[in-house]
Design a protein around this ligand. Sequence first.
Ligand SMILES: Nc1nc2c(c(=O)[nH]1)N[C@H]1C(S)=C(S)[C@@H](COP(=O)(O)OP(=O)(O)OC[C@H]3O[C@@H](n4cnc5c(N)ncnc54)[C@H](O)[C@@H]3O)O[C@H]1N2
Ligand code: MOO
Length: 403
Amino acid sequence: MKTVDAHLAEILAAVRPLDPVELDLDAALGATLAEDVTSPVALPPFDNSAMDGYAVRAADVAAAADDAPVVLPVTVDVAAGDTAPRRVEPGLVTRIMTGAPLPDGADAVVPVEWTDGGTVKVAIRRAAPLGNAIRRSGEDVLAGGLVLTAGAVLGPAQLGILAGVGRRTVLAHPRPRVVVLSTGAELVEPGTPLGHGQIWESNSFTMVAAVRQAGGEAYRRRAVGDDPAEFLATLNGLLGEADAVITTGGISMGAYEPVKEALSPLGPIRFEKIAMQPGMPQGFGLLGERGVPIFTLPGNPVSSYVSFVLYVKPALARMRGLPATPPATVTATTMAPLRSPAGRRSFLRGVLGVADGGAATVVPVHGQGSHQLAALAGANALIVVPEDVTGLPEGATVEVIPL
Ligand SMILES: Nc1nc2c(c(=O)[nH]1)N[C@H]1C(S)=C(S)[C@@H](COP(=O)(O)OP(=O)(O)OC[C@H]3O[C@@H](n4cnc5c(N)ncnc54)[C@H](O)[C@@H]3O)O[C@H]1N2
Ligand code: MOO
């Protein structure tokens, strides 16, 4: 059987970063920057006040004290957005608001709390050191300074600085658009009545959520039955709009395996058994002229989710222009014995926690069948048991993939 590592390596060798496109900032959340971004101006662009108060010459208020306030005339108000040239002459002050440009001649701001708040003349009770409450031009970014480098994932703060340096659009790898298709004649939509032999369709909800968490845009398409022609038609219709396709179900050894049947003639899609548990049956290939990656994952709900974590998530990272690596693991102590089939790498569902002394522990959940979705929902980690290990005692050290 093919190993987990070989399967991932094959997928990552086939998948390419999506071409960068110019994205409006409103549409760029989660995209990966494909250019270095510099600021055309210094930030802040001008010296300005950090507080509401009075712009002064520090020397004029040097003697101010609670028992000996300095009283000075107020010439004018300077608000944020004020574009008029302003100047503070010796012995005078202006009122100033947070974010307003510092008038020429002023070299300190006295917060309103240190004064009587006067508007015609003001009594100042405390000396302000030179430069007090002044935000200097360029103290965040120098003109021409680099603010983000290619490869940065655009989150709220990154979008903020892009706007902050005046950018409206940005060159970035977009989030991959991933279509999720489930197959199986037994599947009915949640929210509708269940007949005998039917189950509520759940995989597409898991997959869509997992894609979104992994930085993709996910589209759930109606679950299709067990008809290969219908499946192929649905798939063909999607290829123009998808950067990747995930299917679940229909790939094992059964008599009604529409995915396998429909896709087999299309060429370079390989259906294989991977030495893992759960998730043994896997398929991967590139579809159509654009070479759209398709992941045909096993139908069992735990199997498809584990497959997503191991294969689809790293592939999506590569498509996003990010480093693609196997899932990160942490080392933990198992609090119960573990069992695993010989020759297959197991991904047991567990609860990762912290012992009293601070060491990581993991407890396997009850219900390790690949159909046991409730047990998966109660887990927060996958316990990795290597291919050559069939059993581990309580207290053994294991690698764990946090979910
Ligand atoms: N003779 C053999 N039978 C099976 C083998 C095998 O090697 N030889 N492998 C087993 C393993 S392991 C797995 S995993 C499954 C994979 O089968 P398929 O990918 O073809 O999936 P289905 O048969 O369509 O479904 C399996 C199971 O999962 C349920 N399912 C499917 N889709 C959904 C969905 N969208 N939401 C909720 N549940 C879903 C489905 O009802 C089945 O119970 O094959 C084993 N058999
Ligand atoms: O390999 Mo299957 O995924 O065990 O249920």
